[in-house]
Design a protein around this ligand. Structure first.
Ligand code: ADP
Ligand code: MG
Length: 984
């Protein structure tokens, strides 16, 4: 069901857009760009400001190829899948639509001159869809190892006339002469298709042949162009490729799969409105664009689903009827220019292409035919054609008057139209019935929806009823609970009344206790007064104690002054000791400074010696270093000069080698080219020979035909003559019997005339034959002489080429040898030079070594001398130092004696100070003991203090409730509780 549905829906026509780059003219005139392509988002944007009006539109297509897209990109992305489908057995059509000069022909045919093709038969990069498709078809079929045949046709449709672009020269010459009569007619093929009668079908055996065919077709189109004023922009060209592929079924039957690819280069779309509505004006210019206009109207009808599609109104739409809304897969390549001056046409093309996207086709695979049926069909076809040929030759077919033929033809057309309309009617009826069925289905679906909803509602109702019964049970339970609570509340009220009575008794007890409390607090006040008296006695005692403490302080201060005196004495002693010490130290310092000076002088002498030594050693070292640097410099210089020479030698060598290489490469390339040229020549000659043979064969055939014809004609003439003669002689004999006498002369004369006339006839035909034969013979001669000349030319060229090659190779050989010798000599010179360098470097090394030995000897001598000097200096310094140290020791002994005396004096002073301190201590202890006694007496015997227990309560006036309030609160509580219950 769904499969059928999908098939009914169909496949949309694929629409691609290609925008060409700016042409050189446009670049020169700096034309602004108005079209921008976004290949990835498959969008084309057109934007332009014209006279304040801003145009900004975006179109989306199945694929978009911008100015940078190459022929190969377009082919691989868009056409490869289509060709694969053709090989699967589909019929496919590709249209190129657009304004003149936007690249339709470039896209379909491209620029594929044979000369531009690659070395291994690869297509040139400019080749368009047609050569690439043929190449792909052959590649695929060859790789499948299939048995196949490929046929192509190439026709042009101009002004509703079909011209065969592949027809042989002679026929087309006749055709152009008798153009009005001999255009190719369209015929229904009896299976719903249309074919062109008498169209040349060329069988192609390899992809390379396509170049010849395209060149032939385009050449014919070109010649026509000059004759017919730019015809190509107003003519359509249709290139068809039909493929038959043999397949074997598992049962061993042979099937033929058939696929067809139509490649249509439409006329320039300028002056055609988007829907073809401007037909009236275009018609003024004749029927030139009828096909294009009809194509527009057909697309319009298909997009808007109009009942009648005007396929029959033009030959193009009749030919390609199946590609538009039929069983063929269709692709439209719309071409536009990016420049501003084409803006209007660009917009029209984009609109047209956008509309075409909505056409739907229902592609079907062509039925595979059994080989036997195909052969049977072909036999039938041959029979039919034979009969036709026979009828034409013998003129014994059916002849009807012209008027009747036209009448019948128009009747036939009318009937065909009627049939078409009926078909449309049936389609609409079918659509209607389908609609009705859909509506019925919708109703059934609605019904089922409603019944399911009803079920759901019933379920809901049952649930609600259950809920209600539950709720009622809960209500009865609640009522029982309320009654229980009422009983509990009445019991509580009785207990509260008893409590109020008890409260009254307690209140009278409380009043009595309060009176006792007041008398107790009066007693506490009295006791407080006594304790304040006691506090004043204690204060007096404090005054006396402070006076005694003052006297004690005075005593202490006098003792302190005594101590100070002692300390001063000690200080003086210390001073005297310090002075002595200072003097001895000064002397010591002087001695030390003298010894230091001596030391310094010694050290200076040492330093001088050392510096002398250093200077000499530095000079020696400098000499060494300068020598070394000079020698290294000389070595460096020498090496640099040598390196330069070596580099130049090596450069020489390298350059000669590279020239060598270059020459060899050039030589190889040239050889290859020459070989290519010679092979090309050979190919040409073989082609020419085959053409020549073909021509000869043709000529032979025509000669044979002519001979047969001539024979037949002569035979016929002779029999005619015999018959006529017999008839005549018979009648004449009868007449002779009657008028034998007077008519003898007449008879003789008549007979003579008749014979003469016949003889003249015969002679004429004979001469005609002879002339014909002569012409043929002369053409044969021409052809053979031509061929001979070509042969000679070729052989001479070949000879020349061979000689050339031989000379060239000899020259190259000589050059190579000289180059090699040069190389050898360069290498020899380099070797000699290298040896010299080696020797000189050795000499320099020797010199260097001897100089260095001398220098080291000098240095060792100076170092020995230096050692001796240093030793003597050290001995004198040691002696001086010993003497000085003895002096210093003596001085220190005397100083220590003086220090001892002063220290004993200090000890005596300290003893006296200790005695004074002892007496002071005794006085102070006596005084403090007296104070202690006094305090004891005061506190133990005179002063008594009150000790608080901390248990005495603070006096407060309690808030005793009256009897009335107690009673009223009890009654209130009763009332409230009863109300609370009712609320609960
Ligand atoms: P049409 O057939 O639509 O009138 P043509 O195919 O003759 O246009 O193209 C006109 C010119 O533009 C030709 O010279 C062609 O080489 C060039 N041209 C068209 N499209 C392209 C393209 N995509 N890349 C390069 N050149 C192109
Ligand atoms: Mg063109």
């Amino acid at each position: 069901m769904s499969g059928r549905h999908e098939k009914d829906k169909g496949v949309n026509v694929q629409v691609l857009l290609r925008c060409r780059p700016f042409s050189e003219d446009e670049l020169r005139s700096n034309a602004p760009q108005v079209v921008t392509c976004n290949d990835y988002q498959r969008e084309v944007a057109v934007s332009q400001n014209i006279a304040g009006k801003h145009i900004d539109r975006v179109f989306t297509f199945d694929k978009v190829f911008g100015p940078l897209a190459q022929q190969k990109d377009l082919y691989e992305q868009a056409v490869v899948p289509i060709v694969n489908e053709v090989l699967e057995g589909f019929n496919c059509t590709i249209f190129a639509y657009g304004q003149t000069g936007t690249g339709k022909t470039y896209t379909m045919e491209g620029e594929c001159k044979r000369g531009k093709s690659g070395p291994n038969g690869e297509l040139p990069s400019e080749a368009g869809v047609i050569p690439r498709a043929v190449q792909q078809i052959f590649d695929t079929l060859e790789s499948q190892n299939a048995e196949y045949s490929v046929k192509v046709t190439f026709l042009e449709l101009y002004n509703e006339e079909i011209t065969d672009l592949l027809a042989p020269e002679e026929i087309s010459r006749i055709a152009s002469e008798e153009k009005q009569k001999k255009q190719l007619p369209l015929m229904e093929d009896g299976k719903g298709g249309v074919l062109v009668r008498g169209l040349e079908e060329e069988i192609v055996a390899s992809a390379t042949e396509i170049f010849t065919l395209l060149e032939r077709g385009s050449a014919k189109r070109r010649t026509a162009e000059t004759l017919l004023n730019k015809q190509s922009s107003r003519s359509h060209s249709l290139f068809s490729i039909t493929i038959h592929i043999k397949e074997a079924t598992p049962e061993g039957e042979e099937l033929i799969k058939c696929g067809k690819l139509n490649l249509v280069d439409l006329a320039g779309s300028e002056n055609i409105s988007r829907s073809g509505a401007r037909e009236g004006r275009a018609r003024e210019a004749g029927e030139i664009n009828k096909s294009l206009l009809t194509l527009g109207r057909v697309i319009n009808a298909l997009v808007e689903h109009l009942g009648h599609v005007p396929y029959r109104d033009s030959k193009l739409t009749r030919l390609l009827r199946d590609s538009l809304g039929g069983r063929t897969k269709t692709c439209i390549i719309a071409t536009v220019s990016p420049a501003v001056h084409c803006l209007e046409e660009t917009l029209s093309t984009l609109d047209y292409a956008c509309r075409a996207k909505n056409i739907k086709n229902k592609p079907e695979v062509n039925q595979k035919m059994m080989k036997s049926t195909l052969i049977k069909d072909l036999y039938g076809e041959i029979e039919r054609l034979k009969a036709e040929v026979y009828a034409t030759r013998e003129k014994n077919g059916v002849y009807i008057p012209k008027e009747r033929y036209y009448q019948e033809e128009s009747e036939r057309k009318a009937m065909a139209d009627q049939i078409e309309q009926m078909g449309v009617l049936i389609e609409t009826r079918q659509k209607q019935s389908e609609e009705w069925r859909e509506r019925h289905d919708a109703r059934v679906r609605q019904c089922s929806d409603l019944s399911s909803k009803l079920c759901a509602t019933e379920k809901n109702l049952n649930q609600t009823i259950k809920l209600l019964t539950c709720t009622e049970e809960e209500l009865t339970k609640c009522r029982y609970g309320l009654k229980e609570r009422d009983f509990i509340i009445s019991e509580q009220r009785k207990a509260e009344n008893a409590l109020a009575h008890q409260a009254c008794v307690l209140r009278s007890d409380l009043e009595k206790a309060l009176q006792d409390n007041a008398s107790l607090f009066q007693k506490i006040g009295r006791e407080d007064k006594l304790s304040s008296d006691n506090r004043s006695v204690v204060n007096n005692f404090r005054g006396q104690l402070s006076q005694q403490i003052v006297s004690l302080c005075n005593l202490v201060s006098t003792s302190i002054s005594q101590q100070n005196e002692h300390l001063q004495c000690v200080q003086e002693l210390g001073h005297s000791f310090l002075d002595v010490h200072h003097k001895s130290l000064k002397e010591l310092k002087k001695k030390l400074s003298a010894s230091r000076a001596v030391y310094a002088s010694h050290i200076e002498a040492m330093q001088n010696v050392v510096s002398l030594h250093n200077a000499s050693s530095i000079a020696g070292l400098e000499e060494i270093s300068s020598l070394a640097s000079s020698s290294t410099q000389s070595i460096k210089d020498y090496l640099e000069s040598e390196a330069g020479q070596a580099a130049s030698i090596f450069d020489d060598l390298q350059s000669s080698l590279s020239t060598h290489q270059g020459e060899v490469a050039l030589f190889a390339r040239e050889m290859r080219q020459r070989f290519l040229v010679s092979s090309e020549k050979r190919k040409e000659v073989s082609e020419y020979m085959s053409g020549f043979l073909d021509k000869i064969l043709e000529q032979c055939k025509s000669l044979e035909n002519h001979a047969v014809q001539a024979d037949a004609i002569q035979m016929k003439n002779i029999t005619d003559f015999q018959e006529a003669y017999e008839e005549q002689s018979k009648s004449n004999a009868e007449k002779l019997v009657a008028d034998i006498n007077n008519l003898v002369c007449n008879h003789l004369l008549l007979q003579k005339e008749l014979v003469d006339a016949r003889l003249v006839d015969l002679r004429e035909t004979a001469t005609g034959n002879k002339a014909f034969l002569d012409v043929h013979v002369s053409s044969m001669e021409c052809v053979s002489t031509d061929a001979k000349r070509k042969w000679q030319e070729f052989s001479m060229q070949a000879d020349d080429g061979a000689k050339d090659i031989a000379d060239y190779s000899a020259a190259k050989h000589c050059r190579l040898e000289s180059l090699l010798q040069q190389c050898v000599s360069t290498a020899g010179s380099a070797f000699e030079h290298w040896q010299k360098t080696h020797d000189s470097v050795n000499n320099m090394g020797n010199n260097h070594v001897s100089e260095l030995v001398l220098l080291t000897r000098n240095v060792s001598e100076s170092i020995e001398q230096h050692d001796a000097e240093v030793d003597s200096a050290r001995v004198t310094a040691e002696q001086d130092v010993a003497k000085n140290s003895e002096d210093i020791l003596k001085r220190i002994d005397s100083v220590s004696d003086v220090e001892r005396g002063s220290v004993s004096k200090i000890l005596d002073a300290v003893k006296a100070h200790a005695n004074v301190l002892e007496t002071f201590r005794e006085d102070h202890s006596g005084k403090s003991a007296a104070i202690e006694d006094r305090a004891q007496e005061t506190f133990e015997q005179r002063y008594m203090d009150y000790e608080s227990t901390g248990t005495t309560p603070v006096r407060i006036e309690p808030d005793v409730p009256s009897k009335g309030t107690i009673e009223s609160t009890s009654s209130n509580a009763n009332g409230k509780s009863s109300r609370g219950i009712s609320r609960k």
